[in-house]
Design a protein around this ligand. Structure first.
Ligand SMILES: NC(=O)c1ccc[n+]([C@@H]2O[C@H](COP(=O)([O-])OP(=O)(O)OC[C@H]3O[C@@H](n4cnc5c(N)ncnc54)[C@H](OP(=O)(O)O)[C@@H]3O)[C@@H](O)[C@H]2O)c1
Length: 225
């Protein structure tokens, strides 16, 4: 379903999750394009990541403005804060029509010291994206993977990655990419409407991090396969 020469674009890829994914995906052999509102910021982030990879991995990562990345990539991951969702996606809608778009965005709000969801009227960010990115092959994934662990190449990855999508082939493609990172197990949890459930798990993990320390990832025990 996927080849290592797939071009994977990271919209808002200069941030914590984007850079964590960039380093892992480039190390896995993918051609990774980091996107930013400012091309220069993306190129600097790509240089910093290249400096942490061996020569092969380093040649796999570059940076550009979000629109150029959306145009060049065959698969795009949205890694922007929820508050930036509409302004970031509006200019990308035509470039992303027909492409696989991985939604990693979690709509968080604070409730005292804890995190809760700022649930969109559509039920989840992924369902909201259906109107913002018409024609995009939406896949909710990577919403639960902690960026600090991704960023530390020496840290072993372990855990499940819940994936929700209406497009079964797109879900399989994203599952194959997740599996190729190494250590992470893709888990299909149902239609795109199930993305709401995934977003809630992330809020739980963040509240656990605050109470117990560390960077919680998700793992479902007891599965047969
Ligand atoms: N951090 C995690 O561990 C983690 C894990 C799973 C999911 N997520 C989700 O992934 C998304 C990104 O998280 P993050 O921690 O990487 O966020 P972040 O570092 O705060 O932001 C990511 C990037 O988004 C762009 N951005 C920020 N504000 C923007 C605005 N107002 N308009 C347009 N672009 C803006 C910035 O890129 P430029 O300034 O270069 O354009 C920034 O580098 C969030 O929705 C989060 O819920 C995060």
């Amino acid at each position: 379903v996927t080849g290592q020469r797939d071009v994977i674009g990271l919209i808002g890829g200069t941030g914590s999750l984007g850079c964590g994914l960039a380093i892992r995906l480039a190390a896995a052999g993918y051609d990774v394009r980091i996107g930013s509102r400012a091309g220069e910021r993306a190129r600097k982030a790509a240089e910093a990541i290249a400096g942490r990879l061996d020569a092969d991995g380093a040649s796999n990562v570059s940076g550009d403005e979000n629109l150029a990345v959306a145009g060049a990539a065959s698969i795009v991951v949205l890694t922007v804060p929820y508050g930036a969702l509409e302004s970031v996606t509006a200019p990308l809608a035509s470039a992303l029509a027909g492409k696989i778009v991985v939604d990693a965005v979690v709509p968080l709000r604070r409730d005292g010291d804890d995190f809760d969801l700022a649930r969109p009227a559509e039920g989840s960010v992924s369902m909201q994206l259906r109107a913002l990115l018409p024609g995009a092959r939406l896949v909710a994934a990577l919403k639960t993977v902690p960026a600090p662990v991704l960023q530390d190449l020496a840290a072993p990855l372990a855990g499940d990655v819940p994936i929700a999508a209406d497009d079964a082939e797109a879900a399989r493609t994203v599952a194959a990419i997740v599996a190729r990172i190494g250590g992470l197990q893709p888990r299909l949890v149902g239609s795109l409407a199930r993305a709401a459930l995934i977003e809630g798990v992330t809020a739980i993990a963040l509240n656990l991090n605050r109470r117990y320390g560390g960077h919680a990832n998700v793992q479902f025990l007891g599965l047969a396969g």
